[in-house]
Design a protein around this ligand. Structure first.
Ligand code: IMP
Length: 173
């Protein structure tokens, strides 16, 4: 048996996206913004977010994996890299969850070597208790407890990404 315990409603998420976008529109005013979505988990957050951005911007994506089940493997695989050069650009990484920080730290180190003008991170969810690697997260949607979550782009074994809300995923029995 699998239980889904509601954590964040569709309305709560959409309200927070608007708040974050308002802050980003002010912080990136007059900048050369490239928004980088980390697939697959961030696809829904990314598309809701960029729709609310009013500053001139471009988008690009990376496909990165770090998880096989509900525990981190401790290493990441880059399956698809950016197509755009980021040198001299103001880059904003958009990620679904920061958990141990291993994934974002690896992505951040990789992108810093390409000499962007600036590199910031926006994550929808932050599980601060689980952090193993210290990575600066500049914009956070919600701090959440140490639970495995699904929905709004976030998966368990590639399922549940379509849910418009976020729930805690529990296997029972
Ligand atoms: P980290 O490297 O441990 O920070 O893991 C980050 C990645 O692990 C996220 O981008 C997610 O893809 C995945 N992840 C972490 N926590 C969860 C969760 O609760 N549900 C689903 N995926 C998760």
């Amino acid at each position: 048996m699998v239980a889904q315990i509601p954590l964040l409603t569709e309305q709560q998420i959409q309200d927070r996206v608007i708040e974050l976008a308002t802050k980003l529109n002010s912080d990136y005013d007059g900048k050369n913004l490239l928004v980088v979505g980390i697939l697959k988990g961030a696809f829904m957050f990314f598309s809701d977010m960029v729709r609310r951005l009013t500053v001139p911007m471009a988008v690009d994506f990376m496909i990165v994996s770090s998880y096989t089940d509900t525990e981190t493997t401790g290493k990441i695989n880059v399956h698809y890299d950016l197509r755009e050069s980021i040198t001299g650009k103001d880059v904003l990484i958009v990620e679904d969850i920061v958990d141990t920080g291993i994934t974002l730290n690896a992505i951040r180190q990789m992108l810093l070597q390409r000499a962007p003008a600036s590199l910031k991170i926006c994550a929808l969810l932050d599980k601060k208790e689980r952090r193993l690697v210290n990575v600066p997260v500049d914009y956070v949607g919600f701090d959440i407890p140490n639970e495995f979550v699904i929905g709004y782009g976030i998966d368990y074994n590639n399922n549940y990404r379509n849910l418009p809300y976020i729930a805690v995923y529990k296997k029972e029995g």
